[in-house]
Ligand binder design. Structure first.
Ligand SMILES: NC(=O)c1ccc[n+]([C@@H]2O[C@H](COP(=O)([O-])OP(=O)(O)OC[C@H]3O[C@@H](n4cnc5c(N)ncnc54)[C@H](OP(=O)(O)O)[C@@H]3O)[C@@H](O)[C@H]2O)c1
Length: 347
């Protein structure tokens, strides 16, 4: 990492390719401004195939290939056919970008990816919520023991710097609470319902625009937000929460009448995810729809945008607003983590 960062992608879908595009676009600038030089030596994906070349792969060629054929295993040259674990452990990569599917119940296959990478002394950056929500402390401990860094900015609010803001810029500020809109799909649906759409029509529109999955359960029932609350509570407030300890309600029971009633009261429904450190040291977290006054900073955050307020002792409330998902925004989250690791190692 001190000289040339040798990157291996595990999972090369929307986010992985988003980072690849940013790396290519900024290659010269990253070198000149930050002294950061890289080569991508491996990519391992489930259906698209895998390819490894210790000397480095042609990223432009690979992006073209995946766009045209949906595959990477027809890339000319390199070793093909390794699975993700073999690619992580046997390639000469020194940094693993984990961007495979999230499974919030088991954390797999990503937990195994991260453990394998750390086990063979490779740094990890990831956007996958599963391992962080389920096992962040164990993984950070393992990383420390093995002398490598594990970063996961993109797991909450994608590239909008929620985790790094809290851990770095707000270090020592005594954060006692956070609350925010951490799921863009539900925020979009609620915003459209306020404009007059019925829940099912707003959901359909969110799906057509690519904000919601074909199966929207994880978003609309609040499970996606639940994973993010657990990550923030455990990482920022030092909690040890698991999902059964957090109240989780989605937006499926909010009716057009509820929306209209709130309007009459000068309020607005938002799916609020938050946690608070109580005076007795306990931490209470929840995901639930709340009617908030229009004067509240989170009330003006509409559409698929996310926002998060940290309550601190010395600054009062600090609020950030920005994208919570997307190819570039989440690819960029990985870049911030990579640059931070590079900065740490070249101090
Ligand atoms: N998209 C966003 O805006 C966003 C924002 C924040 C966080 N995230 C998280 O970032 C991660 C990636 O998201 P995405 O949008 O890029 O998803 P995606 O487009 O579905 O990409 C995930 C990729 O991982 C691959 N994969 C699955 N299991 C694998 C395995 N065992 N080994 C190797 N590759 C495997 C999939 O392979 P095949 O499809 O080829 O089978 C797919 O290409 C997810 O965990 C997601 O929750 C995404």
């Amino acid at each position: 990492m001190k000289d040339i960062t040798r990157i291996c992608f595990v999972g090369w879908g929307v986010v992985g390719q988003g980072l690849a595009e940013i790396l290519l676009e900024q290659e010269k600038e990253l070198k000149e401004k930050y002294g950061f030089e890289y080569k991508v030596v491996a990519i391992a994906d489930k259906l698209k195939g895998s390819v490894y070349d210790e000397k480095g792969l042609d990223l432009t060629k690979l992006l073209k290939l995946v766009k045209e054929t949906g595959k990477i295993d027809t890339y000319p040259g390199g070793i093909k056919g390794w699975d993700s674990i073999q690619t992580i452990t046997e390639s000469n990569a020194n940094l693993i970008v984990e961007a495979s599917w999230t499974d919030i119940n088991t954390g797999e296959p990503a937990i195994s990816h991260v453990k394998s990478a750390i086990g063979c002394h490779k740094h990890v950056v990831m956007t996958n919520k599963g391992p962080i929500a389920l096992a962040v402390k164990e993984l950070l401990k393992m990383a420390k023991k093995n002398g490598v860094q594990l970063r996961f900015e993109g797991t909450v609010l994608s590239g909008t710097p929620a985790i790094n803001l809290a851990l770095k810029n707000l270090a020592g500020s005594k954060i006692t609470k956070f609350a925010g809109i951490v799921n863009g799909t539900t925020n979009y649906i609620l915003t459209e319902m306020e404009k007059g759409l019925k829940y099912q029509d707003a959901l359909k529109q969110a799906q057509e625009l690519g904000y919601a999955e074909a199966d929207p359960t994880a978003d609309v029932e609040g499970y996606d937000a639940l994973g993010k609350v657990i990550i923030l509570a455990n990482v920022v407030l030092g909690a040890n929460l698991t999902k059964n300890q957090v109240l989780c309600q989605g937006i499926t029971k909010i009716t057009s009448k509820d929306i209209e009633d709130a309007k009459q009261e000068g309020k607005r429904w938002k799916l609020i995810a938050g946690a608070e450190l109580k005076e007795d040291g306990s931490i209470v977290a929840s995901v639930k729809p709340l009617k908030i006054p229009l004067t509240h900073p989170l009330a003006s955050v509409g559409g698929p945008i996310n926002a998060l307020t940290f309550t601190t002792k010395y600054l009062g409330d600090v609020t950030i607003i920005g994208p919570g998902a997307g190819r570039e925004a989440t690819g960029y989250a990985l870049l911030t983590d990579i640059l931070d690791i590079h900065r740490n190692l070249t101090k």
